[in-house]
Design a protein around this ligand. Structure first.
Ligand code: LLP
Length: 421
């Protein structure tokens, strides 16, 4: 459920007409709903009721400071994957003890920053990384809390580009080598093993892969405890999918996912962490764009929008489907027409949808891409020197620009000219 609904024939974000924001901010822009963000965070938090837990929002999904602050104030922890994300989380007021640090390529500098600034745990992805954390922590005279990310070799049954839990993926250490690697960790100075980490992929639409992975983690917990390790925390990753189309079978609900967690690892007495990104931010955001032209091709009609692949890369990159809806609700019964919906970028890949059936649209009409809150703005680029588009946050009947559109001068002046030119 989200808070982008038609009221009296016009699309609203909570209590604000989307068209009113478009008139103030200009198109294209991303628009987020506070109520939806909070609702989704709370669903996860409540799903884990009864277990000691922390929901660490995977901020790679949408990392605007206002979004982070909204979630942090509700009690969320953060899953960060870079020094930049760590800095963003801290700037949004998230204390170090609520930040977990994931990612396969943490640098010396990032590790040092997190150890000095405060960190709940590093999710270690390899032995070379473990050695560096040990070295940096020892030099600082501190102990680094770590979990080790195991790769359970489970098929997440999602798009290949976002599956991470198979042995051919670059993530984690093979679960078959876990005992050896934990023994190694225990022998290194400056490390405090606190638990196990796993994450098998994103946009999972069934529970079964999670069940397989979490069972393996439960078994490993018992083995490692018998080996003498202090396994007190399990980070179970993110990945629960969202419905991108209303016709699709809906993925499992957070409450069902929570029940599965309790069933598979609840008996171990561990504190549980999860790292959802998409489910918190995805349906809490839309991309609003304007029709520039309707162009008749030889055998099809193109709807040319002012938004493009540089603003929302998901259709080009993952063949992702986003519902595209008119901001002014079409009259009931109006005959639909098929459009190829494209942006102005000079690539055929700049195609959002082919043969999409919609009520007829005219230049100037506004459309909204639904489910664009996660992996939307954060994956945008300035390709074709198109400015990064604004982000706007709604709360009840108020809205605020939370990132302004840069001017061309601002973009140009980021470049510097060498003295020989
Ligand atoms: N934890 C780790 C270690 C991750 O790598 C990810 C996502 C998450 C948590 C959050 O997963 P989520 O709950 O959002 O599924 N750009 C792609 C998705 C990439 C996901 C990368 N890792 C897309 O647009 O579909």
């Amino acid at each position: 459920m989200d808070h982008f609904l038609y009221r009296d024939g016009a699309l609203f974000a909570e209590d604000v007409p989307v068209a009113e924001i478009a008139a103030t901010v200009g198109t294209p822009f991303y628009l987020y709903s506070t109520a939806t963000l909070l609702r989704h965070f709370t669903l996860f938090d409540e799903a884990l009721n009864g277990l000691p837990h922390l929901v660490c929002y995977a901020m790679k999904a949408a990392s605007n400071q206002a979004i982070l602050k909204t979630l942090a104030q509700a009690g969320a922890g953060m899953d960060v994957v870079s020094g930049g994300e760590y800095a963003r989380a801290r700037a949004a007021g998230v204390p170090g003890e609520r930040i977990v640090f994931s990612g396969v390529g943490k640098t010396h500098e990032e590790i040092r920053t997190a150890l000095t600034g405060g960190i709940r745990q590093f999710n270690v992805e390899s032995e070379p990384e473990m050695a560096v954390i040990s070295e940096v922590a020892s030099a600082l005279g501190v102990e680094a809390p770590i979990t080790i990310r195991v790769n359970p070799d489970v098929d997440a049954r999602t798009h290949a580009k976002i599956a991470t839990g198979k042995s051919e993926n670059k993530f984690g250490i093979p679960i078959s080598r876990a005992r050896e690697v934990y023994a190694h960790a225990a022998s290194l100075p400056g490390l405090k093993v606190v638990g196990i980490d796993v994450h098998i992929g994103s946009q999972l639409t069934e529970l079964e892969p999670f069940r397989l992975a979490y069972r393996k983690v439960a078994e490993l917990t018992e083995t490692l405890r018998a080996d003498g390790h202090d396994i007190e925390r399990l980070d179970l990753g993110g990945g629960l999918g969202i419905p991108y189309t209303r016709s699709n079978e809906a993925p499992p609900l957070p409450v069902e996912y929570g029940a599965l967690i309790k069933e598979t690892v609840g008996h171990l007495g561990c504190e549980v962490e999860i790292e959802p990104g998409r489910l918190i931010a995805g349906n809490a955001g839309i991309l609003v764009s304007k029709v520039i032209y309707v162009k008749q091709g030889e055998d099809r009609q193109f709807l040319i929008l002012d938004g493009a692949m540089n603003d929302l890369i998901r259709p080009a990159m993952y063949d992702a489907w986003h519902d595209i809806v008119p901001v002014i609700e079409p009259e009931a019964g109006v005959e639909q027409t098929a459009y190829d919906i494209v942006g102005p970028v000079c690539e055929s890949g700049d195609t959002f949808a082919r043969g999409r059936m919609m009520a007829p649209l005219v230049p100037g009409a506004l459309v909204a891409f639904r489910s664009a809150g996660a992996y939307g703005a954060v994956m945008a680029s300035e390709y074709n020197t198109r400015p990064l588009i604004p982000e706007v946050l709604v709360r009840d009947d108020k809205f605020a620009v939370i990132r302004a559109r840069p001017t061309f001068d601002e973009m140009i002046n980021r470049d510097t000219i060498p003295e020989w030119l």
